[in-house]
Structures are given as C-alpha cells and as structure tokens.
Design a protein around this ligand. Structure first.
Ligand SMILES: Nc1ncnc2c1ncn2[C@@H]1O[C@H](COP(=O)(O)OP(=O)(O)O)[C@@H](O)[C@H]1O
Ligand SMILES: [Mg+2]
Length: 271
C-alpha cells in the first residue's frame, strides 16, 4: 500500500501563556486551507483549551481513547477549514498519565494513517517528564518564545534540557507578541546566547508574530484569527510559517514510507 507519511509537529514552550494554543489552531487552519489533511490534537494534559477556543463541546476526549472506551475517530470534531480536532481534558483527568498511556494514545492515531498528512500537537510545554518525552518523539519541535526576560531564561533552560536529557537537536522557534523584526532578532540572539554554544543544537527561527490587540479580542469569540482578521500582520506571519512547512512537506515527505512518532523516545528509560 502506498501510505502517505505523517508529519508530527509539536508546539511547545518553556513557559505558559505564550500563544501555543492560538498558534496551533491558526496554523492548523492555514495548513488545511493549503490542501493538507490536518489533525489537531489537544495534547495539553493539564488544561486543554483547543475546544474552548473553538467553541466546541466535546462528547468524547483523549481520556476516553486512553482508557479504551472509544477509538480516536469517535472523538473527532470538525475544526476550522477541514481540520479535524481531537479534544483534550481539563482539570485533573489526565494528571497522572504515564508513558504507557501516552504511547497508547499515540498508537491510536495509527488508525488514521493514510487519512492525514500532518498531526499538530498543542502541548502544555514545560518540564514534566511525559511532556518532554512527547516533544522528543515528534518529528518537528516548535517552540514559542515571547519577549520577556523570564520567558527567555525558561525557554533556554527548556531547550537545553530537551537537548541534554532527551537528545532533541533541532528546534523551530516562533517569536510571538513582538513589536517588529528588530525585537524578534534581538530575542533570537538573547535566546541563542543563553542556550550557549553546542555544535549539535540547531535553533531555527521559523517565523515572527507581532503583538496584536485585535487578535487578543478575537480570542473571546469562537472564530479563529484567520477568520476574523486574515490581513493582519499576525495572520500573515502564520501564513508564512504554513507556506514554508508546506514546501518542506513536498520536499522531505515523499510518498511511499511512513514517518511517524519516534515511539521509542517515549518509552526510553520509563516514566
Ligand atoms: N500575537 C499575539 N498578540 C496578542 N495576543 C496574543 C498573541 N498570541 C497570543 N495572544 C494571547 O495570549 C493569550 C494566551 O494565548 P494561548 O494561545 O492560550 O497561550 P498558551 O497556549 O501558550 O497558554 C491569549 O489571550 C491569546 O489571545
Ligand atoms: Mg494552551
């Protein structure tokens, strides 16, 4: 069978409130509009927000999948454009999940292989063992960074930990809530200098999203930024990231093989 490979992009950060969920939803929409079959999974095991931002009321969630009560297809909700959403759980429902449950969640996506081109994971970010393993298992690690001292320091620590303890080498950095390219470049320089020099660690700046009061307001409605304000700079920034990912998909994800999670990275060492 000619199975189309699945690219797994996980969106994370060293610190909360930096725009991961908003970005994940809008990136999913942009990739879907470009003709990709996108699955957006709410993999924030602390405080799932995707369905809230989209105004959805899930019937079944990833908790039902993990406990074997249903399959992943039973959870799917229609998202923006043709995105399909796997909703998560809020509160302590998944507080104690370990690597085995995580692995079974990941493996449950196998039933959709051949039906999706890219799996986007909106994660909790941060230093919890299972969240770090999830990042290590993804084919693309995207890290969101905002311009304040504490976030820069936390992000540098986050990246060093993923590199040193989990072997992640490539980091795609999205600078968010910045006041222009100059601040964005300064932010990248500050991050690079705090991460320190390492031949095998690559920080790639993949896009800049400006601070935008309009999108902040749009977050209160169930509509995405791309729907409410498609010509805004922040939407143009998201579009540029989606275009670049789209081009890479054509170049690096040829038909005929299957790229998926590096499952062994989740179980390595146990957790
Ligand atoms: N570029 C931006 N400009 C203005 N507000 C933003 C921007 N990106 C995110 N936000 C706002 O920041 C808040 C946190 O965003 P969210 O996506 O929930 O972050 P996280 O998932 O990292 O916790 C939300 O109110 C969101 O609307
Ligand atoms: Mg979030």
């Amino acid at each position: 069978m000619d199975v189309k490979p699945v690219r797994v992009a996980a969106i994370s950060s060293g610190k909360g409130g930096v725009g991961k969920t908003s970005f994940s939803i809008n990136l999913a929409e942009a990739l879907s509009r470009a003709g990709n079959r996108v699955l957006l999974m709410d993999a924030d095991f602390n405080l799932a927000n995707v369905h809230l931002m989209l105004g959805q009321t899930p019937d079944k969630t990833i908790a039902d999948v993990m406990s074997g009560r249903c399959s992943i297809s039973d959870t799917l909700l229609p998202g923006p454009a043709s995105v399909r959403v796997v909703p998560g759980v809020r509160g302590r429902g998944l507080a104690d999940i370990g690597c085995n449950s995580l692995l079974s969640l990941i493996q449950s996506v196998d039933e959709l292989v051949g039906e999706i081109d890219i799996l986007l994971l909106d994660t909790a970010g941060g230093f919890q063992e299972r969240d770090m393993r999830l990042m290590a298992a993804a084919s693309d690690v995207m890290v969101m960074l905002t311009p304040d001292k504490v976030t820069i320091a936390d992000t540098a620590e986050y990246i060093r930990t993923l590199r040193q303890q989990y072997g992640v080498q490539h980091f795609n950095i999205v600078t968010n809530m910045v006041r222009g390219q100059r601040e964005s470049s300064q932010l990248m320089q500050a991050l690079q200098s705090q991460v320190g020099f390492d031949y095998d660690l690559i920080l790639r700046h993949v896009g800049t999203l400006p601070y935008d009061t309009a999108v902040r307001k749009a977050s209160d409605s169930a509509r995405t930024w791309l729907q409410t304000d498609p010509d805004s700079k922040v939407c143009r920034g998201i579009q540029a990231i989606a275009d670049a990912m789209n081009q890479q998909m054509r170049a690096y994800y040829p038909r005929g093989g299957m790229t998926f999670f590096f499952e062994s990275h989740i179980l390595a060492g146990g957790c």
